[in-house]
Design a protein. Structure first.
Length: 313
């Protein structure tokens, strides 16, 4: 999957297409038409360059087609494969790919990303091979990304090291147009849904070790980690970029993720920094191929927070 970002500015490199629009999902749960209108407004705002894909569940694709207006403009979708939520096994991915087939030929609509949390499908070599085969059958040449999410409930259901090893092995045999990556959930309403700093650091380190791209979702409403324990997206993506650039030791990843002082971070056109760790625009742009995006039910909230910090003008 092509994730080319600007190398002219550290600020552009770090935030370009960073926020995928998940307004259909909790806690926002916008109606389909309202979510599509809001997404179009994001694309017309001064911060259009921060906006990424529109996230929609496969089970709601017919609703999206019915609600979409030509005035909404082009729509790049990340589709959440949600058949598995009802207990389906084995053919979960295939069933949702059939749903996506209905979008074929729809003017202005592309699907460049698939996301899945498959509680009934163990992520092993055989299961990953089946998923990859189903994706390649539907996407023989077009670029497509598949992001696999593991459950977290006070701890990882499967250790990052084990599942990222499986994904890394599958990446080794995947065709060039297919990106296989990991998805990490950073928050949630249920008790135990938010990974600890150490558990999130373990995910980042394992992804870096095995050269597995990742995206994030949930809980990342604000740039910097709160005193109450909500993770910050600036903490997360700076840590991932610095690790990729070799500017941060694995042992210090948790320190970046746990930082609660906004003054510890600097992001300007010349560089991005956390305390004594500094990144140049080219380093950040290269890292963004691995630290791709995060889904947020609000676009305005994270953007306004960056403005209040003086990072976005």
């Amino acid at each position: 999957m092509s994730t080319a970002v600007s190398t002219d500015s550290a600020k552009l490199a770090l935030f370009e297409r960073l926020i995928d629009d998940a307004g259909l999902f909790p806690p926002a749960v916008l109606p389909m038409r309202s979510a599509l209108r809001a997404h179009a407004r994001h694309g017309e705002s001064a911060y259009w360059w921060v906006a990424g894909r529109f996230v929609v569940a496969a089970s709601r694709l017919d609703e999206l087609v019915a609600a979409r207006s030509a005035a909404d403009g082009p729509l790049d979708l990340s589709v959440v494969l949600d058949s598995g939520a009802s207990g389906a096994k084995g053919d979960t991915v295939r069933a949702d790919l059939h749903r996506i087939d209905r979008l074929a030929g729809l003017d202005g609509v592309t699907v460049s990303s698939l996301e899945a949390r498959l509680p009934n499908v163990a992520l092993d070599t055989a299961a990953t091979a089946r998923i990859l085969a189903d994706i390649v059958e539907r996407y023989p040449s077009a670029e497509i990304a598949f992001w696999y999410e593991s459950d977290y409930d006070g701890g990882w259901k499967s250790a990052p090291e084990s599942r990222l090893t499986v994904l890394a092995n599958a990446r080794g045999v995947a065709p060039a147009n297919v990106t296989l990556g990991a998805k990490v959930r950073c928050g949630g309403a249920a008790a135990g849904a938010t990974p600890s700093v150490d558990d999130l650091a373990a995910f980042l380190v394992a992804a870096h070790t095995h050269d597995v791209p990742w995206k994030a979702t949930a809980g990342l409403h604000h740039p910097v980690r709160s005193e109450a324990g909500a993770h910050g997206f600036l903490n997360l993506f700076f840590a991932g970029a610095a690790l990729h650039a070799g500017a941060l030791d694995a042992a210090r990843v948790a320190d970046v993720l746990g930082e609660t002082d906004p003054r510890a971070f600097v992001v300007d056109p010349a560089h991005a920094a956390w305390r004594d760790v500094r990144l140049e625009p080219e380093q950040i742009a290269a890292a963004r191929a691995r630290c791709v995006a995060f889904g947020s039910c609000s676009f305005d909230e994270p953007v306004n927070d960056l403005r209040e910090l003086g990072i976005l003008s």
